[in-house]
Ligand binder design. Structure first.
Ligand code: SAH
Length: 353
């Protein structure tokens, strides 16, 4: 049975499907899920992420975390964690750069939260020299000082969408009609969790809610508040959004999210307001454009140094990668970052104000 058949059978038996359930099945179905069955990143895959564009991204993140570790007294051992590590490229680049900081790599216990068995396998190959541990749930993070990275993790968490109807909300659901999966709207219902969105929306506006995001970040925050550490979160999105941001990408091109379940990557803009609200146990930085963060950490100097060893097409692609990561019209502005540290601790380099 294909994933499409599984989904249509479920709709036939139980009625229209919630969008978060549809996204979960598409991305993480044990047999047919998008992440479960493939390694989708890179020029050969469906999309490319910052660490796959250039080694500079992971290197600068590694150095920022290592400085935060020094600032907090170089605790040993400590957990170096990543949420949704993809191919493991970011972690490998971060560790290589941070190996210049005496004691950091030796004290680091690498812990990865990854739902996809196929990607766990790829991560094991990339990171074989540092013997990572995988966890299934954020609650399983070891209870010790924790330095954590998440790049394009929160945008992959399932969302629900609601259309405002007076002071109530109609949920966008997936049905099956004339042989195709289609969007429809459920009945108008009160949604107490969305009361704050009555302030910035009007009748007919569509908003999105990612219920899974806040509990994950609040667990990370309380771990860091209690045991020390820092977290650096990167994603695309903005401060609260109105409108449909669900996006399907297949072979580097936009696709319809309902046409080929399990074959396309599905993401949605991250609501940075909701994420920051979950960090109350710690001190968060400002939400900062990725380009500005990388420039503050010296990406241009690093790019110039690397360029000296390159020529021809390799040099051209290196220059293009620097531009892609930092330029406001590429990833520099759409992608944002913020950091969290325990209250009273020094903010991560690149995010001090
Ligand atoms: N950080 C990587 C990959 C981003 S794609 C990079 O920048 O290249 C999203 C990653 O999160 C993938 O590794 C995916 O398998 C993982 N993922 C998605 N949903 C998840 C979930 N609910 N729990 C754990 N991992 C998840």
């Amino acid at each position: 049975m294909s994933l499409r058949e599984i989904i249509t059978a479920q709709i036939a038996a139980q009625g229209p499907m919630r969008l978060d359930d549809y996204i979960s099945m598409c991305l993480l179905h044990p047999e047919h899920g998008y992440y479960t069955t493939r390694t989708p990143f890179g020029t050969q895959g469906d999309f490319i992420t910052a660490p796959e564009i250039s080694q500079m991204f992971g290197e600068l993140i590694g150095l920022s975390l290592a400085q935060a570790w020094l600032d907090q007294g170089a605790p040993a051992p400590f957990t170096l964690a990543e949420l949704g590590p993809g191919r493991g490229t970011l972690m490998a680049d971060a560790l290589r750069a941070a190996s210049r900081v005496a004691g950091f790599v030796d004290a680091a216990e690498i812990t990865l939260l990854e739902a996809s068995p196929a990607l766990r396998q790829t991560q094991a190959e990339t990171l074989h020299s540092c013997t990572p541990t995988w966890i299934d749930s954020i609650e399983d993070l070891p209870t010790q000082s924790t330095y954590l990275i998440a790049n394009e993790f929160f945008d992959a968490l399932p969302i629900r969408q609601f259309v405002r109807d007076g002071i109530r909300w109609r949920e966008r659901q997936i049905g099956f009609q004339d042989g195709i999966l289609t969007f429809g709207l459920g009945p108008a219902q009160p949604q107490p969790a969305l009361t704050h969105r009555l302030d910035d929306t009007k009748d007919g506006d569509l908003i999105e809610d990612c219920a899974a995001a806040a509990p994950i970040l609040s667990t990370v925050s309380s771990r860091i508040a209690t045991h020390g550490g820092a977290a650096l979160i990167f994603d695309y999105g903005d401060w609260r959004s109105v409108g449909d941001t669900l996006q399907a990408v297949q072979a580097h091109a936009p696709a319809d999210p309902l046409t080929s379940p399990g074959q396309a990557d599905l993401t949605a803009h991250v609501d940075f307001e909701a994420l920051l609200n979950a960090t109350a146990a710690c001190s968060p930085s400002r939400v900062t454009p990725q380009g500005i963060f990388l420039e503050r950490l010296g990406i241009t100097q690093r790019a110039t140094a690397l360029a000296k060893t390159l020529s021809g097409p390799a040099l051209e692609s290196h220059i293009a990668a620097h531009r892609r990561l930092t330029h406001p019209q590429e990833m520099g502005n759409l992608f944002k970052t913020f950091g969290i540290v325990p209250k009273g601790a020094a903010m991560l380099p690149g995010l001090e104000t």
